[in-house]
Design a protein. Structure first.
Length: 123
């Protein structure tokens, strides 16, 4: 799937996603990432939603987003309850969706100037 939203070069925008590959700006990634308008964390450890741990959420929560989008891979899969509890305890708005939907939603929220971060499992 290709995305065409153009933004200034200082913002990280998702240009495309297919399972196993993600394009942010002009760079391609084959591993999971965390992205916000100003921050890009490459090689985020979990490669499948079942590998996600509470410790994996720390880098994205440190960005202090108003909204956190968790892309769970090619299909929407919810993480374990203890992980959901951690997100509730962080008092951050969050949505869990398949990674393609998370990419599209992220781009819309970034374009609106919202404080959004996306933790994208490429899987």
């Amino acid at each position: 799937m290709k995305f065409t939203l153009d933004r200034p070069g200082t913002l990280h925008v998702v240009r495309g996603y297919v399972p196993g590959q993600l394009r942010i700006g002009e760079r391609e990634f084959g591993r999971s990432v965390i992205v916000s308008a100003q921050t890009l964390i490459e090689d985020w450890r979990p490669q499948h939603i079942g590998e996600l741990t509470v410790a994996d959420l720390e880098p994205v929560l440190a960005l202090r987003p108003q909204v956190l989008l968790l892309g769970s891979g090619p299909r929407q899969v919810f993480p374990a309850r203890d992980l959901l509890a951690q997100l509730y305890a962080a008092r951050v708005g969050f949505e869990i969706m398949d990674t393609g939907a998370a990419c599209r939603t992220y781009n819309v929220l970034v374009a609106e100037g919202r404080a959004v971060a996306a933790a994208l499992i490429i899987g």
